[in-house]
Every structure is written in structure tokens, then in C-alpha cells.
Design a protein around this ligand. Structure first.
Ligand code: LLP
Length: 419
């Protein structure tokens, strides 16, 4: 996270001192770096320069309107998985023509909205969904461009909860049923078959699984060609990992070069437009969660630093046993101690970091790193905790891009019984 720098012993995000952000906006607060997002996007843009390619940003990683807007301005497409995400794309002023709609359970209302605004493509995950999109399009006098999400049965070698390309996962159409389904698709009314896609998982730190999945898709495209079914695009999903600790994921360039080398060598796919759906790799290391130490305590066995952020703000540790680096904002000279960094929620699962060596006093600020993706986006109001504020720093300037939720808003939609 090279947008973080210590100046006079105080951690700065771009040109802004983190204690100033805490002072102005309170804690916990998510802090994102504009330049980090734009630069990371630039790495993908450069790696696809001169090619017929569209890099879509998978909104689920972080769907703040300001981030959608930034990426739309930079030329991104978007990968969405709900009508709500589509509404966000529209609210941010981005074009639905650059949107691909993924997900195993699209509802009728979501399909209708997507048809109405004209998304670029539906990534279809089952025969039932395909037929339903066809029927819905007919009913609405529309036509739906579709791609079949094929499950390539490739091991992404990542956490089982975020591995999606194995036969046993709920995602996509089984590889050996795909040809049949394409044949059905071309026969259905109001369906235009335009592509093929896959997504094998997330936080993948090697190139091989991506290439293995691509090879499986290429074989299918060849078989489709032989049956007279021509496609316009191939979508390889997202999944490129980032560095949380000591992982060494490939750079966007290394990954995309390996993909394009394979594509260029295959006559069946050489002419197709190539789509990607990256989320974490674009925003993951462009954010941190700023939190304050409320209390220090020791139960004899262990020391705890109880902070004002919790599993409702950042649930990745509780859910996946995920590691996020945690650093002091103003490191002290006092000896380090080993702490479990935990939140105030009434569950032992409410931890943010375990056995961290830190020099702390009550009231100190901590930065929980690599929190740009699947952090705020997965937050909840558990324990009636308002969601954190979100800010974007841009050199010396800090923009508030989401206010801290007022507590009353958490129960504003609730009603007491009338009698
Ligand atoms: N496309 C599809 C169809 C997906 O399901 C996903 C992520 C992506 C693209 C973007 O994947 P990325 O490039 O961000 O790896 N909450 C988990 C991650 C879940 C990912 C789900 N699908 C976490 O915190 O690690």
C-alpha cells in the first residue's frame, strides 16, 4: 500500500494525516486512496491496451458511488450481481451498456430492470434461468444478449468459501452440459447468444488456474464453432488475488499477458473480445479501516486490544479466518506486546487480528490494511452498530463519500405494534 507513508512518526494516507481524519469524521472510518484506485485501474488498462478487451469492475467488492464514478470515468465496465448493484451503476451515472449481469438467482424484477435499461449481457447460470430470461424478454418485447457461465471444474486453490469453479460448487452450467444448453439458447425466442464466461474463485495467487480455465473454455468455443454457433466475446471472470500478508500474486500484466498469449495462439478465440470481472485486485489494497483502541485488557492468558471497529464493519476475519495487517498510526517507543485485536460485539468470533505485536495505549489509532474490497461491502448493523463512514483521500484533500449512519436510521423502517 504505497499510498501510506509515515511522516514525522504519523501515518499519512496520500497527503492526509490519519489522526486528522479520525478527528474530523470519527472512527471507525474507511479510508480509500483515489490515486491507488486510479493507478491500479491503469495497470489493467495498460495490460489490455490495443486489444479488444473490456475490464469490468466487480461492484460487489466495494460499491460506493464515488468508486463506481471514478472507475466509470476511467473507462471501466461493470460486473453486477443484483438489481441493487445495477441501480448503483445508474445512480453513479455510468452506462448500462458496459454492464454484465452475473449471479445464480436473478429475480424477475431484476431481469426486467436489466432488460429495460439495456445491460450489455446476462451471464446465465442454468437452463431454467435461460428459459426464464427468454420468456421475460418476450413478455417485455425485449431481446436479451446472453453468455453462458460455464463451470470449468478447475481448482482455484483458494479458500473453499470463495472457490467457485469446481463441479461441486453451485455456480455455472456443468461443463459437459454446456454444448446442449448453447443449442437450446440459439433456439429460444428473444435470446441472442453473444458469449461464454467463467469465474473460478477469488484471491487466486497463481496464473495456472486461470490458464487452465481458459483452455477448457477454448475447447468449448471450438466445439461451438463446429456446430455453427459463433460468439462475440469470452469473459474470464475475476479472481486475481492481492497481497494481504506475504502472498505473491501475479501482477495484472503478468496474468493478462499469459491469458492473451493463450488466446492469440487459438484460432477459435483469437477474434473474440475479451472481458474480465476484477473486484479485489482493483480496490483491495486501496483502502484501510481506521479504528481507535477503546480498552486494553488481559485475562492472564491473553492480552486484548478492544477497538471501536468490529466484525460488523469487517467480517472477513470472522468468516474466512482472513488476515489483515494492522499497524499503529502513531507508533510508540514503549515495548511491544502481543494482542488479539477485537471488537465490542458479543461473540468470540468478533476479532480483527490475532496475536499481533503492537505498542499500544488506550485511545491510540490503528489502521487495518487491505480493506478496500469485501470490507464495507460486507458490513452489517449487527448489535445496532451504525455502518462506518467512508472517505476518499486525494492528495491533501479528504472527501466524505458516505456519512456514518445515524443510529435512528437503523430502526427508522421499523414499527411498534399499534395495539
Ligand atoms: N465475477 C463473479 C461472477 C464473482 O462471483 C466475483 C466474486 C467476481 C467476479 C470478482 O472476484 P474478485 O476479482 O474480486 O476476486 N467475500 C469474499 C470474496 C467473494 C468473491 C465472490 N465473487 C472475500 O472477502 O474474500
Amino acid at each position: 500500500m504505497d499510498w501510506l507513508e509515515s511522516r514525522d512518526g504519523i501515518l499519512h494516507a496520500e497527503g492526509v494525516a490519519l489522526p486528522d481524519i479520525a478527528e474530523r469524521f470519527g472512527t471507525p472510518t474507511y479510508v480509500y486512496s483515489r490515486s491507488a484506485i486510479v493507478e491500479r485501474w491503469g495497470a489493467f488498462a495498460e495490460a489490455t491496451a490495443g486489444r479488444r478487451a473490456l475490464v469490468c469492475y466487480a461492484l460487489k467488492a466495494n460499491s460506493n458511488l464515488a468508486i463506481i464514478d471514478l472507475l466509470a470515468r476511467a473507462g471501466a465496465g461493470f460486473d453486477i450481481v443484483s438489481g441493487g448493484e445495477l441501480r448503483r451503476v445508474l445512480a453513479a451515472g455510468a452506462s448500462p451498456e458496459r454492464v454484465v449481469f452475473s449471479g445464480v438467482g436473478k429475480s424477475t424484477a431484476e431481469i426486467e430492470l436489466a432488460l429495460r435499461v439495456g445491460v450489455r449481457c446476462f451471464n446465465v447460470e442454468s437452463e431454467s434461468e435461460l428459459k426464464w430470461i427468454s420468456a421475460t424478454a418476450v413478455r417485455n418485447g425485449a431481446s436479451a444478449a446472453v453468455s453462458l457461465r460455464v463451470n470449468p471444474d478447475v481448482d482455484a486453490r483458494t479458500h473453499p468459501y470463495i472457490s467457485t469453479g469446481l463441479r461441486e460448487n453451485k455456480f455455472g452450467v456443468a461443463y459437459d452440459q454446456a454444448l446442449e444448453l448453447y443449442q437450446l439458447a440459439v433456439s429460444l425466442p428473444a435470446i441472442e447468444v453473444v458469449g461464454i464466461d467463467c469465474h473460478i474463485g477469488s484471491q487466486i495467487t497463481e496464473i495456472e488456474p486461470f490458464v487452465a480455465a481458459l483452455d477448457r473454455l477454448i475447447a468449448l468455443v471450438e466445439a461451438l464453432e463446429a456446430r455453427g454457433i459463433a460468439l462475440r466475446h469470452i469473459d474470464l471472470g475475476g479472481g486475481l488475488g492481492i497481497r494481504y500478508d506475504d502472498e505473491r500474486p501475479p501482477t495484472p500484466r503478468a496474468m493478462l499477458d499469459a491469458i492473451f498469449a493463450r488466446i492469440d495462439a487459438s484460432p477459435a478465440v483469437r477474434g473474440l473480445e475479451v472481458l474480465f470481472e476484477f473486484g479485489r485486485a482493483i480496490v483491495g489494497n486501496a483502502g484501510l479501516l481506521l479504528t481507535r483502541v477503546e480498552y486494553l485488557k488481559s485475562n492472564g492468558e491473553r492480552r486484548f486490544a478492544i477497538v471501536d471497529a468490529a466484525m460488523n464493519d469487517l467480517m472477513r476475519p470472522a468468516l474466512y479466518d482472513a488476515y489483515h495487517r494492522i499497524v499503529e498510526v502513531q507508533p510508540r517507543d514503549t515495548p511491544r506486546q502481543v494482542y488479539d485485536v477485537v471488537g465490542p460485539i458479543c461473540e468470540s468470533g468478533d476479532w480483527l487480528g490475532r496475536a499481533r505485536s503492537l505498542a499500544l495505549a488506550e485511545g491510540d489509532l490503528l489502521a487495518i490494511l487491505s480493506a478496500g474490497a469485501y470490507a464495507m461491502a460486507m458490513s452489517s448493523n449487527y448489535n445496532t452498530r451504525p455502518r462506518a463512514a467512508e472517505v476518499i483521500v486525494d492528495r491533501e484533500t479528504t472527501h466524505l463519500v458516505r456519512e456514518r449512519e445515524p443510529v435512528e436510521s437503523l430502526y427508522a423502517l421499523e414499527r411498534r405494534l399499534s395495539e
